[in-house]
Design a protein around this ligand. Structure first.
Ligand code: MTE
Length: 313
């Protein structure tokens, strides 16, 4: 039997000071035939430190105000650094140089990418995505990154691959959470190959036009905005193409509460709380949660033949 101590997800949430930027414009090119169309032809600028400031891909405009940078960078889940929301302080110890992410398993060309390799070779763009945590809070963040499918094309996926397994860094010298040995470190997540190839599946290297901060999963994290936030592994060390479904960190701890699919559905409550609405970070406003976090038009088709699976939560 697995037992464990209180988790930060059960700690009462700290209220945060309102600070938000409002987008004045709705998606001008919503419905564009191809992902990325909106970015084509717009220049990609570079900052003095070499980090790109690419054009925003307006295909994914969130229809909600962007969360203030301070809220998104000071209210975080990153259990390797502790179970409270203020892990941005200890997370500053995360050593970001050198950092490579290994891509291996059932691929033709396994390799290790540095973040610079990725910035040079991947189609970098900005996307503003919603993030809905399973704890019923949410935020909206302008991420800089590239589609996971671009990385998979670079390494060549072999025919036996069915799933993608994400393993995040486990560095005991700087991550006090790893001393909590009842957790099944390292933090592992996964998705099907089909989900990985969906246009929304995004590898993130920056936020708010800057390189990602440690507390948000520097130097590279994942995000699938139609799934609960725990699917978004932070500070990725390894991405493996595998034949078997990976067992994810939270699924290993509490399978009845955190499943493999973890798609967002307001009508399917968590065993201990409702998922019908969410608290917006920064404003404290409560808004209704949407099926697939509002991304159903992009991902609904992925699940048509999977009705026997526990797709939600
Ligand atoms: N990745 C790692 N390695 N460790 C974690 O504890 N927490 C997850 C996810 N990725 C987590 C992680 C959870 S529960 C959420 S909601 C998001 O990160 C939060 O991302 P944010 O802090 O950037 O908002």
């Amino acid at each position: 039997m697995v037992f464990f101590k209180r988790r930060g997800w059960e700690i009462p949430e700290r209220e945060v000071t309102p600070e938000s930027l409002v987008f004045g414009r709705r998606a001008a090119l919503k419905g564009a035939a191809l992902a990325g169309t909106a970015a084509i032809g717009l220049p990609s600028l570079a900052r003095a430190d070499g980090f790109p400031t690419p054009a925003r891909n307006t295909r994914y405009e969130p229809g909600r105000a962007v969360t203030g940078e301070r809220e998104a960078t000071t209210y975080n889940n990153f259990y390797e650094f502790g179970t409270d929301k203020g892990i941005y302080r200890p997370a500053q110890k995360l050593p970001l140089q050198p950092w490579t992410v290994k891509v291996d398993g059932l691929v033709d060309r396994p390799r290790e990418f540095s973040v610079d390799d990725l910035l040079r070779s991947m189609p970098i763009e900005e996307r503003v995505y919603r993030l809905r945590c399973v704890e019923a809070w949410s935020m909206v963040v302008p991420w800089t990154g590239f589609p996971l499918s671009a990385m998979l094309s670079a390494v060549g996926v072999q025919s036996g691959a069915k799933y993608v397994r994400f393993e995040t860094a486990a560095l005991p010298a700087v991550m006090p959470g790893l001393r909590q040995s009842w957790y099944p470190w390292p933090y592992v997540e996964g998705c099907t190959l089909e989900e990985a190839g969906n246009e929304l599946s995004f590898l993130v290297v920056g936020a708010y036009g800057k390189p990602l901060l440690p507390q948000n999963g520097a130097p590279i994290r994942f995000h699938q905005p139609w799934k609960y936030g725990f699917k978004a592994g932070k500070s990725l060390a390894r991405i493996s193409l595998v034949a078997e479904r990976p067992k994810s960190f939270w699924e290993a701890i509490q399978p009845q509460e955190y499943g493999f699919w973890a798609n967002i559905n307001p009508e399917v409550p968590h065993p201990r709380w409702s998922q019908a609405s969410e608290r917006v970070l920064g404003t404290g406003e409560r808004v209704p949660t949407q099926l697939f976090n509002g991304y159903g038009e992009f991902v609904g088709g992925l699940y048509a033949n999977l009705q026997r699976e526990r797709l939600w939560g």
